[in-house]
Design a binder for this molecule. Sequence first.
Ligand SMILES: [Cu+2]
Length: 330
Amino acid sequence: MTRRIIGALAVCALSAACTGPQSAMDAHGASAIHLKQLIIWIVAICSLVWMLVMVVLIWALLRRRTEPPAANPSRERRMAGTVILATVATVVIITGFTIASFVTTRATNANDADFTVVVRGQQWWWELNYLDPDASRGFKTANEIHIPVGRNVKLQLESSDVIHSFWVPSLAGKLDLIPGRTNELTIRAERAGVYRGQCAEFCGLQHTHMSVFVIADEPAAFEAWRDAQRRPAAASADADAVAGQAVFLAKPCAACHTIRGTSATGTTGPDLTHLADRQTIAAGAFDTTRGSVAAWIADPQTLKPGNNMPMVPMSSDELRQLSAYMMSLK
Ligand SMILES: [Cu+2]
């Protein structure tokens, strides 16, 4: 029984965090696959060396020693030989690791990309700017990066305030977003799916609620998504939503948020033009439902304390209309 429990625990320990949408061991991106191979080789070789050292150590400890060995030149020579051999092996292994790391770094630095997304870290969400050679076809969104499967996409990493770090472990290594600097990371997903990431550099109070999602779509679905994003917000036929738009434009909301197709052009907060198309709000903190959007607008400081959206006073009718309007932004 105890043996079974120990066995089960060992299996759990060995397999923990090796799968799921946010694991470097569940690699689905070209550069994450290279990194995973490197990690496996290094861990395997280091484990082997460690076991060898332990075996030799135990053997040495268990060896009976009755009296100090007499001086023996041939034995001395053998021992010197062993030490030289171990030193050479160490140098060879470390040089091998260095070369392998170098080759992996080269392989992860793809420099051809289909298009570029500027990823700007903000306390505590991700502003995304899809660049297009024709500027009128570019657009902004937040927190959810759609990319086409099997294509390289260049991320231009920037920050508005403090140092953040972009890390979607299933797709690529970690890279910092540094104020006043631009870092570049090319990502690519080999399989459709949602890959979760997390800001990986402590950036203040809501650092843990600064998730990012990479959503890899089949190319046709991606094109459809991108075309929809390029369009301004569609007018809604729903009476509450229409009233909600007027509330939005009259309240301070419009000073911080952009809704393309309206007079709202603020840039402090996420672009809301297609808010209801996103799966989550507040950088992964809540699912996008009418209830959570209403709760967020009513009291953002309780839901995500310290975030940069203030509580805007309003009546319950206004709240109902605003949340209807937000959910109409598909
Ligand atoms: Cu951050």
